[in-house]
Ligand binder design. Structure first.
Ligand code: MN
Length: 286
């Protein structure tokens, strides 16, 4: 199943390039008084609503994907956990260019651990990336994004994939420099998620997915998730040992080599096998 959010408030199921509106099911997400739970209401009930979602999607006409504005598939992630330098060739390119990648950040992920990005940085493909500073280098980083489906802690690697609600493409947009990662990677719009969430049954083995990123049609990043240093079960296990994970939490798994600058007007196209293609625009902040 491929679940998208679109046109600000709508929920859809994507089939063969068509979005089927299932927004009426949002009244099944439960009423919550203040304070709200720490999880995403839709992701928390995916299993329970799956049959109804599929039934709703097969009745009635849809709209072509190209005619909607895609929002991030998770509306309210509780946190975004991210992996620094998790592909060996990206480590190598960073180590070779100490002017762009200050030495303090070029360390083994086993030393660095994980970092967090502000949830306010999340946008969908249809919203695009507003460059925060025109005088600083801002890079694209394509990553497989894992969306957690169950509240969990101290998850063993062997059971880690069972807590996954689905996968999507993530762009971990990054201002290069010496400051802390969470600071440089958290401006509004610097976490693009999409184009939709794909449930694990459609993905099969997430540790063997081809991934590419192109800017204005020129391929800049290309890898396979089998080259991750810490694989998906290890990342979930590590993250859940430090924080309780909640439905809708996102784990960005790290970017391969080929990171590079984007400028206002650029079009980023990212593809991950089994998920699809996310296209988004970079613009200057007015
Ligand atoms: Mn990254």
């Amino acid at each position: 199943m491929r679940i998208c959010r679109y046109d600000e408030t709508k929920i859809g199921i994507v089939k063969d390039g068509v979005v089927h509106d299932i927004s009426h099911l949002s009244d099944r997400l439960g009423l919550h008084g203040y304070p709200l739970p720490r999880h995403d209401l839709l992701i928390a009930r995916l299993d329970e609503l799956r049959e109804e979602m599929e039934a709703a999607a097969s009745s009635g006409a849809g709209i072509p994907v190209g005619a909607v504005r895609l929002e991030a598939p998770v509306a309210n992630p509780g946190k975004i956990v991210a992996a620094p330098v998790n592909y060996t060739k990206h480590f190598d390119e960073a180590a070779a260019d100490p002017v762009t990648f200050p030495k303090v950040h070029v360390r083994s992920i086993r030393e660095s651990g994980l970092f967090l990005k502000a949830t306010s940085s999340v946008v969908g493909a249809g919203q695009g990336v507003p460059l925060r500073f025109v005088d600083r280098r801002t890079d694209h980083e394509v990553e497989l994004a894992v969306v957690i489906g169950k509240e969990c802690g101290f998850v063993p690697e062997s059971g880690a994939l069972s807590v996954v609600a689905g996968y999507c493409i993530g762009l971990d947009m990054t201002i290069r420099g010496a400051e802390e990662r969470s600071f440089r990677k958290s401006p509004d719009g610097y976490t693009v998620l999409g184009p939709w969430l794909v449930t694990p049954d459609e993905i099969g083995d997430p540790s063997a997915l081809e991934m590419t990123l192109a800017v204005n049609g020129e391929v800049r990043q290309h890898t396979n998730t089998r080259d991750l240093i810490l694989g998906i079960p290890q990342l979930i296990s590590l993250a859940s040992a430090y924080f309780t994970l909640h439905p809708g939490d996102v784990v960005l798994t790290g970017t391969p080599e080929g990171v590079g600058e984007v400028l206002a007007g650029d079009v980023i196209t990212a593809t991950i096998e089994g998920i699809g293609t996310l296209e988004t625009r970079v613009r200057s902040t007015p």
